[in-house]
Design a binder for this molecule. Structure first.
Ligand SMILES: Nc1ncnc2c1ncn2[C@@H]1O[C@H](COP(=O)(O)OP(=O)(O)OP(=O)(O)O)[C@@H](O)[C@H]1O
Length: 254
């Protein structure tokens, strides 16, 4: 669980996060949504320790990040998996080498065990025979799965995903969403996903933080978000044409 309490972050005179309170729950896919510029990435970077908030706390399973010494911060980093927007694979490395990278970087795993673990996670994301290929030789959806395998190879307690579906067709996006959700439940991870994808709300919106101008404007789950009458939320969710039509159909009882 990651608990954010009264989090404030500014850049110069500009206040970006204005007192955010939220609990990202363990074993759930926790979504951060909101318009461009609402502060989603800044919040994620505060959680990753890349930005220091002026006020407020971030607690990892009850321990405040601000109280950590350097060793504790390093230890936390080994428990974090990160899925970057676009995958961010190393083009010059094979799939296997990409997935092995965090194991080599953060653990002292023996050579044979490295291979075993890499094969285990590649199998888990249904990529059994791609270990020797290079990222350019596989599809965008497969690259995303390699990136997920790399993010979970160290058995993280916390998984951060920045727009995991960007650039994918709707079917592949759903496959990726469900994979992230299943791994979250299987490994009991606290997963935080930034998304613009309304389909992700429907698929994996178990605990949603809706940011507007640096404030937590609404929180709830996927059932509640499509029922709420809160105009701040409906203006955002139904700004998509498809969802606007679904909304009209719902109101007509279709
Ligand atoms: N390093 C920085 N220095 C100064 N201002 C920043 C910095 N990082 C972000 N900001 C500002 O903080 C605000 C929120 O940005 P942020 O990237 O969190 O938005 P976002 O909700 O993630 O948007 P998007 O959906 O477009 O990625 C923006 O006004 C941005 O210019």
């Amino acid at each position: 669980m990651i608990e954010i309490k009264n989090l404030h972050k500014s850049f110069g005179e500009e206040k970006i996060l204005k007192g955010i309170d939220f609990v990202f729950e363990t074993g759930k896919t926790n979504l951060i949504i909101g318009q461009s510029g609402s502060g989603k990435s800044v919040l994620l970077k505060c959680m990753l320790g890349l930005f220091t908030p002026e006020q407020g706390t971030i607690e990892y399973d009850g321990d405040a990040y601000s109280s950590f010494n350097e060793e504790q911060k390093r230890d936390l980093r080994t428990k974090v998996g990160m899925l970057f927007q676009g995958g961010a694979l190393f083009d010059s490395m094979t799939v296997e080498e990409n997935v092995m990278f965090p194991l080599r970087m953060f653990t002292k795993t023996k050579k044979k065990d490295l291979k075993d673990r890499v094969h285990e996670v590649l199998e888990r994301v249904n990529l059994n025979d791609t270990g020797q290929k290079y990222p350019a030789e596989i599809s965008g959806g497969m690259q995303k799965r390699v990136a997920i395998a790399r993010a979970i190879v160290n058995r993280p307690k916390y998984l951060f995903c920045d727009e995991p579906n960007s650039g994918l067709d709707p079917h592949t996006a759903t496959v990726i969403d469900n994979l992230i959700h299943d791994l979250t439940v299987e490994y009991d991870i606290t997963t935080v996903v930034i998304t613009h994808d309304m389909n992700s709300l429907l698929e994996i919106g178990e605990n949603i933080a809706f940011l507007k101008d640096g404030v937590l404007a609404w929180k709830g789950d996927k059932t509640q978000i499509f029922k709420t009458e809160d105009e701040t939320v409906t203006d955002f969710v139904y700004s998509s044409d498809l969802f606007k039509k679904v909304r009209v159909a719902q109101q007509r009882g279709i």
